[in-house]
Design a protein around this ligand. Structure first.
Ligand SMILES: [Zn+2]
Ligand SMILES: [Zn+2]
Length: 249
């Protein structure tokens, strides 16, 4: 499979120079970062979640009791739970204009119209105000990669579910996931790399299940490359194109 460590990829390679065609999709986690001075905590939600849209991630952080308010720069500013105020039962103390308000008047101004938002700990009010006055939405971007089907003109992305929770930090993890899925075919090419082919090019039985290599007869040129009997076999009608990819043609 044409994947490699994400770090160190030149920007030109990402755009796809003709001599360096990418075979995986690079995406990014956008995690909100706590804007409290000196904190830098990232909201990571469920560890397996990733967000392509930072505002969506922000909504999640807000639902998980991060403080999210619009700052002076008209962008949301978020503050992690470490700087918030809790009552004796460990519950967040929330803004109520009828009586539960920040001690710092300038901070209270940012709460107007936001009944129920968590309040900062009094010791943290100055830092929270500072963040609201000076910060914009801060996100941390974490690149990860998703394997792409290498069949000519296909480009299907592995684990490309609407809100897919699968992501791979490096090529080994990606390759293992494709291999273990038993839905995609993965075959070693002349270049010594494994190449991935999505279920569209995989042979299925009458019940729609992938047929493993060991339960079918492959064209000889493919059979000699598919020594493991367990992964799915490619469809006979796709064999020639798959072989072209494996040969680098
Ligand atoms: Zn924080
Ligand atoms: Zn495909």
């Amino acid at each position: 499979m044409h994947t490699r460590a994400i770090l160190g990829i030149a920007p030109t390679a990402i755009r796809g120079e003709p001599e360096n065609i990418m075979r995986y999709d690079i995406r990014h986690f956008h995690r909100p970062v706590c804007a409290f001075p000196g904190c830098g905590n990232e909201y990571d939600g469920d560890e397996a979640e990733w967000w392509t849209d930072p505002y969506w991630a922000l909504d999640q952080a807000w639902e998980d009791d991060w403080l999210v308010l619009d700052g002076r720069h008209d962008e949301p500013v978020c503050i992690c739970p470490e700087h918030l105020l809790y009552d004796g039962d460990g519950r967040l103390v929330r803004y109520d204009p009828e009586g539960v308000v920040p001690e710092t008047a300038a901070l209270a101004g940012f709460y107007e119209g936001h009944v129920g938002e968590p309040l900062p700990d009094p010791d943290c009010e100055r830092g929270a105000l500072d963040a609201l006055l000076h910060s914009e939405l801060v996100t941390a971007d974490h690149p990860f990669l998703l394997p792409i089907c290498e069949y000519p003109h296909c480009g299907a992305v592995f684990a490309d579910e609407p809100f897919g929770a699968m992501w791979y930090p490096d090529e080994d993890a990606a390759e293992t996931a494709v291999h273990d899925s038993r839905r995609w075919a993965m075959i070693k090419g002349d270049d010594g790399e494994c190449h991935a082919f999505c279920p569209l090019h995989v042979l299925h039985d009458g019940d729609g299940r992938p047929v493993p290599v060991g339960r079918t007869v492959l064209p000889p040129a493919l059979a000699e490359r598919c020594t493991d009997p367990r992964p799915p076999a490619v469809r006979p009608s796709c064999a020639d194109d798959v072989l072209d990819v494996l040969r680098g043609e």
